[in-house]
Design a protein around this ligand. Sequence first.
Ligand code: COA
Length: 390
Amino acid sequence: MKIGIDVIKFYTARYYLEANDLAQSRDVDSGKYFKGLGIKKISVMPPDEDIITMAANAGKEVLRYVDINKVDMLLFATESGVDQSKSSGMWVHKLLNLPETCRVVELKQACYSATAAIRMAFAMVYQNPESKIMVIASDNARYELNSPGEPTQGCGAVAMIISTNPRVLSLQNKAGVYAKDAMDFWRPNYRTEPFVNGGYSIELYLKALSESWKQYSLISGNLFDQHYKFCYHSPFPKMAEKAHAHLFKENNNHEIDKSLLKTEISGSLKYGRIIGNTYTASLYICLISLLENTKENLAGKIIGLYSYGSGCIGEFFSVVIEAGYKEVISAELHDKLLNTRQRVSISQYEAYHNFSDKMVEGNHNIPHYEDGQFRLFGFKDHMRLYEELE
Ligand code: COA
């Protein structure tokens, strides 16, 4: 029985910051952002956008392709949760009119939890082949102003349906995992931005890649060369390039050629270069980017995927692209979404960044900015209030 991703779409906020503008304002050589990190633009959330509105926008697109009444579970992966008790998925459940018989839960393990959600969905669909499970990964990658992480911010959501007879890709059941308690990136409940040990997080990312790959290749029997392309969790695009060069060298005992590096991963990085980091959604935006920006037919090809979440856990797994995938992907929709964003100045970006500090008031309306189909219009007695736009 084939189980995998039947439909997959993403959404990102309607504003962006040019990496060049940020470099100038922070007195940094723009080469560091462009070449050193691989970033051109980052998506910026206005005050009336959040992980829930982004998730609902991505989910709405996905529901154009499936019978909503068959969706019996929503798994919401995020590390930007807005409530300690209530799952962000419950608001999405309402905004998308999902059935009352649909289970809802939120999952967390830094940037990794969407992969865990997919694994869980796989097992649930295996038990009940009629089941259609919506997995949403939605995050606001937020660092302190003027910090080293600042150019690696971004925001976005991916929604997908996991089912039998998938139209996009089948999941292969053999995965390699490496987990070890570590403090490379963490955000205590009283903080709006994380503590980051950047260099250490890169070291752990690569260590977890090596270890999870070893286990994956051992139990799957798949060799490096059998993977046609690769997608990596990309906190910044250069990280994916470093990761692929690292894995190639471990498997081939010599450095990767630049053109091969480009052939094997550059399609997956096109969207991330102009969206920025999206934490849980990042790997899956890379996957969509690969599917929509690779000219040759990927049907039947094996793609290797690496998911990493600080703290830390790495998982390497693979998928096989299905014959009809081109009929359900949306390059035009996503290009339009990205190319119609409004550019913000540094002062606008900083004002949006600082706005969340005012949310503790619990009773206020939020001005209307450029949005997708949903917006957070305010708070009443500390309850979040959303609306769907015409
Ligand atoms: N032109 C071209 N490249 C330049 C440059 C310039 N003028 N100035 C610096 N660079 C390069 C550096 O050589 C380095 O490349 P390398 O890693 O291949 O050597 C890269 O730009 C980054 O420079 P660095 O000095 O290491 O940056 P930093 O210490 O300010 O921060 C991170 C980089 C990634 C650690 C930081 O952005 C961060 O903490 N990010 C959040 C955590 C994260 O994303 N972790 C990743 C794993 S999850």
